[in-house]
Ligand binder design. Structure first.
Ligand SMILES: Cc1cc2nc3c(=O)[nH]c(=O)nc-3n(C[C@H](O)[C@H](O)[C@H](O)COP(=O)(O)OP(=O)(O)OC[C@H]3O[C@@H](n4cnc5c(N)ncnc54)[C@H](O)[C@@H]3O)c2cc1C
Length: 269
């Protein structure tokens, strides 16, 4: 996967288990020579086109010393009878294939278990600080792209004999966009530096993801405002940035979950 030869997907979310993954109901039934997986998974990015899917499921029977869930490696849809995928179209981020999967008695060998039984959440959450910082970086990049376009436009577009950037109402928008963008950028770099120094911090990564998501939504929306009606055209890039930005406050834990995480890591309760 790291060399780009294989595509991976992570199937954690289910129709009834989103922000609360502890409600997972996908089951991996132990058999003589491996496991049989059954359940429904929602929103898997790359699912269906991936060479390997990390499926989070409950092992049955549940060993006495384990109450958690486990991760199983399931090959491509073509190689795994009983594994089906339906692509769903979304508001934005249309460059990636995402959709719903069904596992109907999908057989995998015993060595398809990743790590130990019961380590599922630890494995799924193990990369969360890096993943959330990365999502914050995507938001910062989207916000920067929209900001740069808006700044250029505000200087070039003239109305009433002046560049629109001369008007104080537009200046307020530019100042607020800049402040949100730079706040997000600093939180993302700060969290990324911690990760690079092997000192990652959950609060810092959640704050970076939250700020990047909010900056992306705020800046893309306001960049369209600066562009006026032209910003709403589908042959201009900003409407796509605006649609793409919306996903960031939903995936990898919603903005509400990031706020809860930041508060939980801050308060001494
Ligand atoms: C395009 C796309 C790609 C995705 N890719 C993947 C993927 O590759 N793998 C994967 O496993 N999942 C993936 N997801 C799923 C994504 O992680 C979930 O949509 C997300 O975790 C939210 O879950 P939910 O949609 O069930 O919303 P819900 O959990 O039902 O939340 C609905 C609302 O209630 C709020 N809420 C819920 N619980 C709480 C709480 N405890 N405190 C405060 N507010 C709360 C939420 O913040 C939200 O506003 C993807 C989703 C999309 C749209």
């Amino acid at each position: 996967m790291a060399s780009g030869e294989a595509v991976g997907a992570m199937l954690l979310t289910e129709p009834d288990a989103g922000s609360s993954p502890s409600q997972l109901s996908t089951v991996a039934e132990a058999t003589d020579d491996g496991y049989r997986l059954s359940g429904e998974k929602a929103f898997g990015t790359n699912a269906g086109v991936a060479d390997v899917h990390l499926v989070v499921a409950r092992r049955r029977p549940q060993p006495e010393d384990s109450h958690g869930v486990s991760v199983f490696l399931v090959p491509s849809v073509d190689e795994a009878p009983g594994f089906d995928f339906e692509r769903i179209e979304y508001m934005g981020m249309r460059g990636h294939v995402t959709g719903d999967s069904t596992l109907d008695d999908v057989s995998v060998p015993a060595d398809a278990l990743l790590g130990e039984v019961g380590q599922g959440f630890r494995i799924a959450m193990g990369t969360i600080d890096m993943a959330r910082t990365g999502l914050g970086a995507i938001g910062t990049g989207l916000a920067r792209g929209a900001f740069d376009l808006a700044v250029d436009y505000a200087s070039a577009r003239e109305q009433g004999g002046s560049a629109i950037g001369e008007y104080q109402a537009v200046q307020v928008i530019v100042a607020d966009m800049y402040s949100q963008l730079e706040s997000a950028r600093h939180l993302v770099y700060s969290s990324a530096n911690r990760i690079a120094e092997d000192a990652s911090e959950t609060r810092a990564s959640s704050a970076a993801k939250l700020a990047g998501s909010e900056a992306a939504e705020f800046v893309t929306r306001n960049a369209i405002q600066v562009y006026g009606g032209k910003g709403y055209r589908t042959d201009e890039p900003l409407e796509r940035y605006f649609r793409d930005a919306k996903i960031l406050s939903l995936i990898g834990g919603t903005s509400e979950i990031q706020r809860t995480t930041v508060a939980r890591e801050t308060l001494d309760l």
